[in-house]
Design a protein around this ligand. Structure first.
Ligand SMILES: [Zn+2]
Ligand SMILES: [Zn+2]
Length: 214
């Protein structure tokens, strides 16, 4: 059986579709506040702390092959700025839409599957089990997609001074004169090296070509 382990209706991320019935076109809207499960977010970067409140707004729509679930999750994610390493919080709003199929609709439903839902491999399909479905994998994917891979404390965060580590946004105009001078010297050096290398390379290449052609 390709079904998940038996679902527990007491799990706050498991939802019941019995009320909806199997009448295509039937609609149900609901909201639920749940505690964030473990590791909700991008590990080591930013995420919703375990147990933090997550507000869920769902719209369940009964269709031929299953239940189409559309919704939004709202929570506060915590992480640190990739530039200055300050802790940061981010109000997160993650939208999702997912089809949960009836297991017995597998063969019948396949040709009818909408192209957008069919892009994934078959094994990624989600199923309704005993009238229940588990939102957790959908929530996880949606949260990861909604989070920035490189969170910053503010859009124009200038990060830390590479010389002394001070947070540059705290000290506008911060700079070290010594660094500027050395940098200028390095740039001059790099320029003269480039000129020299070009000559050497073109000379070496013509030598190699002659040998290889014979
Ligand atoms: Zn920052
Ligand atoms: Zn500095």
């Amino acid at each position: 059986m390709a079904l998940n382990a038996r679902l527990d209706h007491r799990n706050p991320l498991v939802f019941d579709t019995h009320e909806l019935g199997r009448r295509p076109g039937a609609l149900q809207r609901l909201t639920r506040a749940v505690d964030a499960p473990k590791d909700l977010g991008i590990q080591g970067v930013i995420g919703v702390p375990e147990g933090a409140p997550v507000e869920l707004e769902l719209r369940l729509e009964s269709v031929m092959e299953g239940v189409l679930v559309t919704g939004t999750a709202r929570a506060v994610a915590e992480g640190e700025c990739v530039r200055c390493l300050e802790p940061l919080q981010l109000e997160l709003e993650a939208d999702f839409q997912e089809m949960f199929s009836y297991p017995d609709a597998d063969d019948r439903g396949r040709p009818k599957a909408e192209p957008a839902d069919d892009a994934e491999e078959d094994e990624d399909r989600l199923f309704i089990e005993d009238g229940l479905f588990d939102l957790e994998p959908v929530l996880r994917d949606a949260v990861v997609l909604a989070l920035p891979m490189q969170p910053v404390c503010q859009d124009d965060c200038e990060g830390l001074c590479s010389e002394c580590g001070v947070r540059l946004s705290d000290e506008p105009g911060h700079h070290h004169d010594a660094v500027d001078i050395r940098w200028a010297a390095l740039q001059g050096l790099a320029g003269s090296l480039e000129d020299g290398e070009k000559d050497e390379i073109s000379g070496a290449e013509s030598g190699v070509d002659e040998k290889q052609e014979k």
